[in-house]
Design a protein around this ligand. Structure first.
Ligand code: UDX
Length: 430
């Protein structure tokens, strides 16, 4: 089986590399020539640990090639993965125009049986729509199947997650399609769930929504921990040892961001709304998340009296460590609020870059922690990059005008920071 991956974004490139690593012959297709030329030279346009080495390995091994020739790529491959983006519309619904375009391209150029697999996160019922789009675009009535095979990888851990997943979900309505997909993944040792396409599509949304709910639950609880003078980290530890709860995704902080949780939760809420089902728990998950970053700013405001004309340093811009992704990053919202309140902002992140709309005179960016702390009234830790733990905090403290440390990720050791002379506050943790 030859595999075609349409869309060489984050998910597409990782999927292509992982199939090449498993020994399959893979082609990556994209409409953007510049992206394809870079990939051919072994250059990624996003940061993800380990992927660049693997790209160089497999462009060299001959198992992986990149093209912009969609007609030829569709003709030459038996299994086609759709990995294009599904951006949010202003109302929160998923915009499927790229998926539709790909489905129509496949219909137009197919020359025999094709297994079409959707990996993009799409609303429940999309497999049926893709099936229709392909049929309507077909020039000759060749047979095909459309399956759903959602991706569960995390940014920063993409290779680990894709090579060693905890489960593979296959949503197919024919034994032939599910058999082919099981063959493709035969070298991976993990439970495989074979189900209907609708169920597979919902499993993806439900998983992300549940993880988001765990985070909002613990974040709300952290707000209660503050007046109770209880440490949320110990509460989470005690809860997490119950295997029914589990220790992961119980880290309180300034809320979840990224390209998946906010978008997928909004899309699931919209699906429910369209069907007149009220997902009240999930709505509250969003409400908590949208105010969690303000909770940190309240602490800063209380301590400094006002944010106006204060020099505030931010450690971390990315929505989480090991990525340069700033989509829906709580740090970005924090900066916007600080600017509205006329603070002076300095930001340090080892990889992420400042977006164009934040390149204003009252915002300075540096990769040097020392530089951003010079004369600062407070530092807000927004992303738990390991480098921030290893800093010489004693020396850094002396550069600040006031040693106020607000840890939005409960990442540093409160006791040690206090001993060093910082005023330290985390989220439900002091
Ligand atoms: C997520 C899912 O984990 C992945 O399975 C899915 O395929 C895509 O969405 P990702 O967005 O890369 O992956 O990041 P993840 O590690 O899940 O973190 C999401 C956000 O939640 C981050 O902003 C992170 O800081 C936050 N988070 C995570 C917490 O605030 N507390 C936690 O305990 C865990």
């Amino acid at each position: 089986m030859n595999i075609l991956i349409i869309g060489t974004g984050y998910v597409g490139t990782t999927t292509a590399l992982v199939f090449a690593e498993m020994g399959w012959k893979v082609t990556g297709l994209d409409t953007e020539l510049r992206k394809i030329e870079n990939l051919r030279q072994g250059l990624l346009y996003f940061y993800e640990p380990g992927l660049d080495e693997m790209l160089i390995k497999h462009t060299g091994s001959g198992r992986l090639q990149f093209t912009t020739d969609k007609a030829k790529a569709i003709r030459d491959n038996d299994v086609i993965f759709i990995c294009v983006g599904t951006p949010s519309r202003p109302d929160g619904s998923a915009d499927l125009r790229y998926v539709q375009q790909v489905a129509e391209d496949i219909g137009e150029h197919m020359n025999g049986y094709k297994l079409i697999v959707n990996k993009s996160t799409v609303p429940v019922g999309t497999q049926e729509r893709v099936t229709d789009w392909v049929r309507e675009a077909q020039v000759h009535p060749h047979p095909y199947d459309v399956a759903s095979n959602p991706e569960f990888l995390r940014e920063g851990k993409a290779l680990e997650d894709a090579l060693h997943p905890e489960r593979i979900v296959i949503g197919a309505d024919s034994d032939h399609a599910s058999g082919l997909l099981q063959q493709l993944y035969a070298s991976i040792n993990c439970p495989v769930i074979v189900t209907s396409p609708r169920t597979a599509e919902l499993i993806k949304y439900a998983s992300n929504a549940f993880l988001a709910a765990k985070i909002s639950f613990v974040n709300e609880l952290a707000r209660l921990c503050d007046p109770l003078e209880v440490n949320i980290k110990e509460v989470a530890l005690g809860m997490g040892l119950d295997s029914r709860i589990g220790p992961k995704f119980l880290q309180a902080g300034i809320g979840y961001g990224g390209s998946c949780f906010p978008k997928d939760v909004a899309a699931l809420l919209l699906t429910a709304q369209e069907l007149n089902v009220r997902l009240q728990v999930l709505q509250h998950v969003v409400d908590v998340n949208q105010t969690q970053y303000l909770y940190l700013l309240d602490k800063v405001r209380n301590r400094l009296g006002t944010l106006a004309h204060k020099k505030i340093a931010l450690f971390g811009l990315a929505f989480k460590p090991d990525t340069d992704d700033i989509r829906e990053a709580p740090a970005v919202r924090i900066i916007q609020t600080l600017l509205q309140e006329e603070a002076e902002v300095r930001i340090c992140d080892p990889v992420a870059q400042l977006p164009a709309e934040l390149k204003v005179s009252s915002v300075a960016f540096s990769t040097s922690p020392e530089e951003v702390l010079d004369g600062a009234d407070a530092v807000l830790l927004c992303t738990e990059w390991p480098m921030f733990r290893d800093l010489d905090w004693t020396r850094l403290k002396d550069r600040m005008s006031r040693p106020n440390l607000f840890d939005g990720r409960n990442f540093l050791d409160a006791g040690r920071m206090t001993e060093l002379g910082f005023y330290y506050e985390g989220i439900g943790y002091k």
